[in-house]
Design a protein around this ligand. Structure first.
Ligand SMILES: [Zn+2]
Length: 123
């Protein structure tokens, strides 16, 4: 939790620091300290890679969808005798879709209701 909140801050700091190091390396090269400039440049590259990784991890945690799972139920009724059956919703279910024959009277059963499972007041 704390890490997730800190990650963008760390990423920002790292990229800011890498820019500062890049500027410092250019300054050092202009001053004639090419070796020093090279060290700064390498540090800048390392920091850029780290900040890139940090931002990537942040994006990955953000991509995880927060889904509320609830059951969807399909109610099947017989038009002839009124026999009702409730089962878990299946892909392709829609209202008035014919679902085989009634086990009681042999009539045609259709989907009459698709709903979310009712939540009870007391869990
Ligand atoms: Zn029936």
């Amino acid at each position: 939790m704390a890490m997730r909140a800190l990650a963008p801050v760390i990423g920002l700091l790292l990229s800011a620091l890498s820019i500062a190091l890049l500027v410092a390396s250019v300054v050092e090269v202009f001053r004639g300290n090419e070796e020093m400039g090279m060290y700064f440049l390498l540090a800048a590259i390392a920091l850029t890679a780290m900040s890139w990784l940090a931002s990537r991890s942040v994006r990955m945690t953000k991509e995880v969808p927060v889904l509320r799972s609830f059951r969807v139920l399909t109610e099947i009724s017989c038009a002839s005798c009124g026999f009702k059956e409730v089962r878990e919703f299946e892909e392709g279910d829609y209202i008035f879709k014919e679902i085989g024959k009634c086990p009681r009277c042999g009539g045609i059963r259709v989907i009459t209701r698709i709903c979310r499972e009712e939540t009870r007041p007391n869990p």
